[in-house]
Design a protein around this ligand. Structure first.
Ligand code: SDX
Length: 429
């Protein structure tokens, strides 16, 4: 076995330091031994945006960015998308194994028992403007859940933790659907616990009065697959927010609201909405070359392209692109699809994008499917947040149980003033 150590020589002092390597990393605090004097704080690393820093150990999700691999608890995302259901995947993420038939039935029943929200929460949602962005309503209402379940602060108790986990997974579709109905000025449709998770969500979204809304089978299939694909993605921006905020031992509802706020950004979960706005802006396939030139001149980004980890095709985008064809058979092809396909064709052959390893990511085609299914553009990030809640809460639980974790508190490189004396206002220029 090669010597699993790293030797660093500090040329300022000529001293050498040997430190252990584990899992291809060195422990950052080992660098503190490297000093130039006794009162030196010691060496740190500088890593804005955490481009090269492991913040935790995890057994949940594995991604290989170069090979375009994504696995939940070892199972390839392509197999889960084809053979599993979203509810089964939430069990797999949280418990680490696929459930038996009995376990799945019990799990589904427990989630179903937590789909209702308190009537006062419904009233709170009615306070939003009619045109409030549904993601803003989602974030605020999830945060408000913490005021209805104060016992959630007792995060050390596994029974309390599991109840809050069930509440979050069960209630986020209801909160999402109520925000949609609020935007439409339509009465809220309450959960129907005879329905499956997905069918219940679509029923709360689209049922009108006594008219029994028949969920098109392809819609239920498509949303199951899309929710599976969006459930988790290791230490992305919003999951890192969940872990960081959760490390202060705040309740999981407040931490989930922080994670949802991170997801709302157009560089993250807001990208699916931004893709549709970009396609709307391009307007016609004949405008694609000019738009690409603008992007190459640094005038904006090709939304839905690029990824911090995937330097190859996002495996989720491949599944979604195939799924789009199935949905369009039911709904008719969205004319924007040809603009998206032309953008992809040009981008995959253009040196600018090839050099930067920019490929379509999960958000590039998902918006087209959501639009075909009748969801408004501003609702797309909410459709990301619903399934990602199960990923967030899985990582939150892993963080709570990880004995190596403490409250997240990074250091800084201070470049501000040295000490200086206070100046009375009469003397300030
Ligand atoms: C998600 O982390 C996750 O796992 C996220 C996610 C998940 O499941 O949680 O996968 C979900 O957020 C997918 C990403 C959705 N966002 C978008 O589609 C927005 C457009 N994409 C970019 O903003 C960007 O690609 C990021 C934010 C996704 C990644 O940014 P990085 O890793 O910080 O890369 P970068 O900005 O340093 O880009 C490297 C170069 C730069 O050019 P140069 O300065 O070197 O000349 O590539 C360029 C960037 O300008 N670039 C793009 C581009 N993305 C990067 N140029 C044009 N269009 C783009 N989309």
């Amino acid at each position: 076995m090669p010597n699993e150590t790293l030797t660093i020589t500090d040329n300022r002092t000529g001293k050498s330091y040997e430190m252990p390597i584990s899992y291809g990393t060195i422990h950052a605090t080992d660098l503190r031994k490297i000093k130039v004097s006794d009162d030196d704080f010691g060496m740190m690393t500088y890593d804005p945006a955490f481009m090269n820093t492991a913040s935790c150990k995890s057994t949940v999700t594995y991604i290989d960015g170069d090979k375009g691999i994504l696995r939940y608890r070892g199972y390839p995302i392509e197999q889960l998308a084809e053979k599993s259901t979203y509810v089964e995947v939430t069990y797999l993420l949280l418990f680490g194994e696929l459930p038996t038939k009995t376990q799945l039935e019990e799990w589904e029943k427990k989630i179903t028992m937590h789909t209702y929200i308190h009537e006062n929460l419904k009233k709170l949602m009615e306070g939003f403007r009619y045109d409030a962005h549904p993601m803003g309503m989602f974030i605020s209402t999830v945060a408000a859940l913490s005021t209805f379940y104060p016992e959630a602060n007792n995060i050390a108790d596994p029974v309390v933790r599991q109840k809050q986990i069930l509440r979050l997974i069960g209630k986020v579709p209801t909160i999402a659907a109520f925000s949609y109905r609020h935007n439409k000025g339509m009465p809220y449709v309450y959960p129907n616990n005879d329905h499956s998770f997905i069918k219940n969500f679509l029923n709360m979204m689209y049922s009108i009065g006594t008219h029994r809304y028949e969920v098109p089978p392809i819609f239920e299939k498509a949303l199951n697959i899309l929710f599976i694909l969006h459930a988790d993605h290791e230490q992305n921006c919003s999951t890192s927010a969940m872990r960081s905020v959760g490390s202060s031992h705040v309740d999981p509802f407040s931490a989930t609201a922080a994670a949802a706020a991170a997801l709302y950004g157009p560089l993250h979960g807001g990208a699916n909405e931004a893709v549709l706005r970009m396609l709307d802006h391009i307007g016609d396939i004949k405008h694609v070359p000019a738009f690409i030139e603008k992007v190459k001149n640094g005038e904006g980004k090709l939304m839905g392209f690029g990824h911090r980890v995937y330097k190859n095709y996002d495996p989720r985008a491949k599944v979604i692109k195939k799924l789009a064809d199935d949905v369009f058979k039911e709904t008719g092809v969205d004319p924007k699809l040809e603009i998206a396909l032309e953008l992809e064709r040009i981008a995959l052959s253009d040196e600018y994008f090839i050099k930067r390893k920019l490929y379509p990511n999960v958000d590039f085609y998902s918006g087209l499917i959501y639009k075909a299914m009748g969801f408004p553009m501003e609702f797309f990030p909410v459709l990301f947040a619903i399934p990602r809640t199960s990923g967030w809460i899985t990582h939150w639980q892993e963080m709570v149980l990880d004995e190596e974790q403490k409250i997240a508190r990074p250091r800084q490189i201070y470049l501000g003033y040295d000490t200086r004396d206070y100046v009375g206002i009469e003397k300030r220029k």
